[in-house]
Ligand binder design. Structure first.
Ligand code: UDP
Ligand code: MG
Length: 320
């Protein structure tokens, strides 16, 4: 029988050699004081410093420490994905390696999952120790994410410190840079009990941040993709077909107006304008072209989603 384990702590890291021993000691202290059985999974995302050697040393001295090392740098989401796959604990906690997130939050985060029945609890860095150039766009980003996802009670989607019921991490697939939107992935997979806990945040002690301002551009694009996938991923024709038909209809009406007015003029002996002099001619031309293209995009989308392995990938919670 596999021994029961309370928590798996997953730490994605890229060049964080100075922080790791301190982080590990702190996690160990908190878990031991609270009598929690645990494992720590360090996922080394292709660090170019000595982070992996540090992890090897920690693992040799501590049986609860595990490590996964990528051959190159893939990003935080791939690191989390691989950590999630390995996790064995009932509750899975993710945490940044840079000591900005405090391990002291672990017991309460776990309690909220186990006792309060949350599927996912996200940290909320209410008081942040980051530069203004980051905190202001972050506010905007979170407001948009709330509006798009309908998860209105979260203030800090991208907080690295989060806790999950094990089922959640085994049933969602984090990829690309989607670590910013794990609550939305969870919600799309049917895990709707999503909560928040105000957590303590500290300034980065060692090393420097791995994300620049492009995080906000990419973040918005990813949010659009997620919204689209969640709504129309399985049925692209429903959006492209509708838009295409609408455009085509407008074009058709315009062409009828053009034709009818020409015929009317001819029939009544009024000097007839050239068809190409009418603005409706151009409207109809553009609209019919765009409409057809959108329609074709819808068909192509359907063909692609029909061939995807995910077309019949459902979240089945219980079977009797
Ligand atoms: N990280 C990673 N791979 C990357 C970039 C970052 O594993 O390609 C890790 C990083 O080492 C840290 C966490 O993701 O543990 C958060 O990164 P960082 O602290 O730089 O982000 P910030 O706090 O500035 O949002
Ligand atoms: Mg950080």
């Amino acid at each position: 029988m596999i021994p029961h384990m309370d928590i798996s702590i997953i730490v994605p890291l890229y060049n964080e050699e100075e922080s790791l021993p301190e982080l590990h000691a702190w996690i160990k202290r908190v878990c031991d004081n609270n009598n929690l059985s645990y494992e720590v999974i360090f996922v080394n995302d292709g660090s170019t410093d000595t982070s992996w050697q540090v992890i090897e040393r920690l693992a040799a001295a501590n049986p609860e420490v595990h490590g996964i090392s990528f051959r190159r740098n893939y990003g935080k989401s791939p690191a989390l994905f691989c950590g999630f796959r390995q996790a064995k604990g009932d509750v899975v906690i993710t945490m940044d390696a840079d000591l900005q997130d405090s391990p002291d939050e672990i017991p309460e985060l776990r309690r909220m999952i186990v006792e309060d029945g949350y599927d996912l609890v996200s940290g909320y860095k209410q008081k942040r120790y980051d530069p203004l150039s980051k905190t202001i766009p972050t506010k905007l980003f979170n407001a948009t994410a709330r509006a798009v996802s309908g998860i209105h009670n979260l203030h800090d989607f991208n907080c690295g410190l989060k806790a999950y019921r094990r089922d959640v991490v085994k049933n969602i697939e984090v990829y690309g840079e989607m670590h910013r939107y794990i609550p939305i992935l969870a919600k799309n997979a049917g895990f709707t009990r999503i909560g928040e806990k105000v957590v303590h945040h500290q300034a980065r002690k060692y090393g420097k941040t791995k994300f620049g301002l492009d995080r906000f551009v990419n973040g918005y694009l990813d949010l659009m993709s997620l919204w689209f996938l969640g709504r129309f991923g399985q049925k692209p024709m429903h959006v492209f077909g509708l838009l295409g038909s609408l455009m085509f209809l407008i074009g058709l009406i315009a062409v009828v107006v053009v034709g009818a007015s020409k015929l009317y003029a001819l029939a009544n002996g009024i000097p007839a304008r050239l068809v190409t002099d009418s603005p409706y001619f151009y409207i109809s031309l553009t609209m019919m072209l765009l409409g057809t293209q959108l329609f074709v995009a819808g068909f192509l989308g359907e063909l692609i989603s029909r061939n995807s392995d995910l077309r019949n990938n459902y979240q089945i919670e219980k079977v009797i």
